[in-house]
Structure formats: structure tokens, C-alpha cells
Design a protein. Sequence first.
Length: 77
Amino acid sequence: MNLAPRVETAEISDADLDLVSGGQAGGGAGLDIGVHAEPGALGIHVEAGNLALTAGVGASVSAQGIAVDGHLHASLY
């Protein structure tokens, strides 16, 4: 005789699992901003809900010339 309790199981989609487990599905209302600055460089990171944007620029001057860099990244969680 087996005395272990019986537990019903069910299939659940990833999106439904995120809704009940606190994941990113359904988006969010939060807004987070981060800024990084130092001589010759500036960067910013912004998150709103399930979207993140990161941008930055940098410049330097040397005897060989001027170097400039810029980038933009977007992520959807």
C-alpha cells in the first residue's frame, strides 16, 4: 500500500508561468535610469517594463588623431 500523497500535475506555458512566478510577462510600470560619466565618455541605461535601452559615446585625442565611438543597444526581456 502506497501512503504517499498524490498530486495532480498540469502543463503550463512559459508566458503563463511568468505571470504566476513574478517573471517579465505582461510588462511592468517601473522605470530605472543609470548614468555613467567620466572624462571622454558618457553612457546611459534606461529600463521600462520589459524594454531596456543602453547608449554611450566616447572620444579621445592623441598624437595620431581623434577617435570617437558611439553605440546604442536595445533589449526586450
